[in-house]
Design a protein around this ligand. Structure first.
Ligand code: COS
Length: 410
């Protein structure tokens, strides 16, 4: 049995969450969704690493804002960094659903490690999708081996939801482009060896001028900006990037000039379910902690789990987590099947799961009462970590815009 100590209070309660109940639920889910043996085995492997090795370090990662280098190395050693990368380039090609299963398990243990892990997809998948043969050979094997990490850089100080209005320019000069501008909110930007970065070759063309580049931190004119101090996912560095006549070789352009915005949106179609999976993992951790606490905490001579008010809260939380997981798996499976368009399902999964995680973690804090509001228990961290899943990879308001547009298009 896998056991994780999710909180300890000197002289008071110690809540132990056992993994067995969750594993039983997971087995039921596996049957329901018909996961392949490979997907199931991979998830079990990630679960053991996440619960035995990553979870015990999560509170410290949060408290000290420490980059979880060891945790990522453990995942890399097990060949888990290349799930989305074809075997030709050193990956295992298990696909988006497998990737989401892994993200959920990691997020259950440590949301900071999970976001760095999932950003590998947003940073590396564009190379799989739109890269030339030489770009694939240059970058993918090292990413798959976990020797290096990737990042994805679309947002700017003045271009968040309205991503097509970005103003970082790329001007071609012979065999290179000169990039100028400032990028913002780059998850893992300070640690990545390659950043899929979007700039415009012609601001007058709006989204049709946006072009993708594979930028390395060693390129002349590249510098890191402000490191954000965040509410949650505090072990995951989020930085600004300054580009001042940054020299990017033409061979590092990803796709053709003007194809960048479509590349970005297609990558987001694949990465949004993974953010949903992160939200599901955080929410499941909060639910597990709340159930364990409700069974242990006694008031009025009985465990608080015996009160219907608490039971109904737990039941609603479980339904939210379950529904979110199904939506994430469905969207990811569609991506794996090569469905021509998955924007609707990807945005629904990300939005629903993010909102569910916020509700579930908030209710978990409520069930823990005063203890939940302290840092002695992990639920306040879960709540802080959950918040960002409603914001990044497109706010949940933007997801609703995408969903409504897709409905109107039908
Ligand atoms: N896949 C591929 N192409 C897509 C697409 C998708 N999922 N969705 C739209 N497109 C295409 C459209 O067909 C359109 O092509 P044409 O101009 O050739 O017709 C083009 O992309 C522009 O689409 P649209 O007009 O819908 O773009 P808008 O600027 O109006 O809005 C939104 C696009 C708002 C959905 C987009 O900017 C967005 O997702 N914003 C949030 C960005 C984000 O997630 N940022 C955080 C992550 S990075 S830190």
């Amino acid at each position: 049995m896998i056991r994780q100590e999710v909180g300890n209070r000197q002289g008071g309660l110690t809540i132990i969450v056992s993994g067995s109940g969750v594993a039983d639920n997971a087995s039921r889910m596996r049957d329901l969704l018909g996961l392949t043996d490979e997907q199931g085995q991979m998830r079990d492997l990630v679960r053991v690493i996440a619960r035995e090795r990553i979870a015990p370090l999560a509170a410290r990662v949060d408290e000290t804002e420490t980059y979880p280098a060891d945790q990522l190395a453990w995942l890399g050693e097990q060949g888990l960094m290349g799930l989305y990368i074809p075997e030709t380039y050193g990956g295992t090609a298990l696909g988006t659903l497998a990737f989401c299963l892994a993200v959920e398990e990691i997020a259950w243990a440590c949301a900071s490690t999970a976001v760095i892990y999932l950003v590998q997809y947003a940073g590396g998948f564009p190379i799989v999708m739109a890269g030339s043969e030489s770009q694939k050979r240059r970058y993918l094997p090292r990413l798959a081996a976990g020797e290096t990490t990737a990042a994805f850089s679309l947002s700017e100080p003045g271009a968040g939801s309205d991503a097509a209005s970005l103003t970082t320019t790329a001007e071609r000069r012979g065999d290179r482009y000169l990039l100028n501008g400032t990028k913002m909110w780059v998850s893992n930007g300070s640690h990545a060896s390659v950043i899929t970065l979007f700039a415009t070759v012609d601001r007058g063309r709006g989204g049709h001028g946006v072009t993708a580049f594979l930028v390395e931190p060693a390129f002349p004119g590249f510098s890191l900006g402000k490191l954000e101090r965040k509410m949650g996912i505090r072990g995951s560095p989020t930085v600004a990037i300054h580009l001042s006549d940054c020299e990017v070789p033409v061979e590092n352009r990803l796709g053709e000039e003007g194809e960048g915005f479509a590349i970005a949106l297609r990558v987001l179609d694949g990465s949004r379910p993974a953010v949903g999976a992160q939200a599901v993992g955080i929410a499941q951790a909060a639910l597990d902690a709340a159930v364990a606490y409700a069974k242990e905490r006694r008031q009025f001579d009985q465990p608080i789990a015996a009160f219907q008010g608490i039971q109904f809260m737990l039941a609603d939380m479980a339904m939210q987590v379950h529904a979110a997981r199904l939506m994430v798996h469905h969207a990811a499976a569609l991506v794996d099947r090569g469905a021509p368009a998955t924007a609707l399902e990807s945005s629904m999964a990300k939005c629903f799961a993010g909102d569910a995680a916020m509700r579930v973690t908030t209710d978990a804090v409520q069930i823990f009462g005063g203890y939940g509001y302290t840092r002695e228990y992990p639920v306040e961290r879960f709540m802080r970590d959950a918040k960002v899943t409603q914001i990044y990879e497109g706010t949940n308001q933007i997801q609703r815009v995408v969903i409504a547009r897709e409905l109107a298009r039908a």
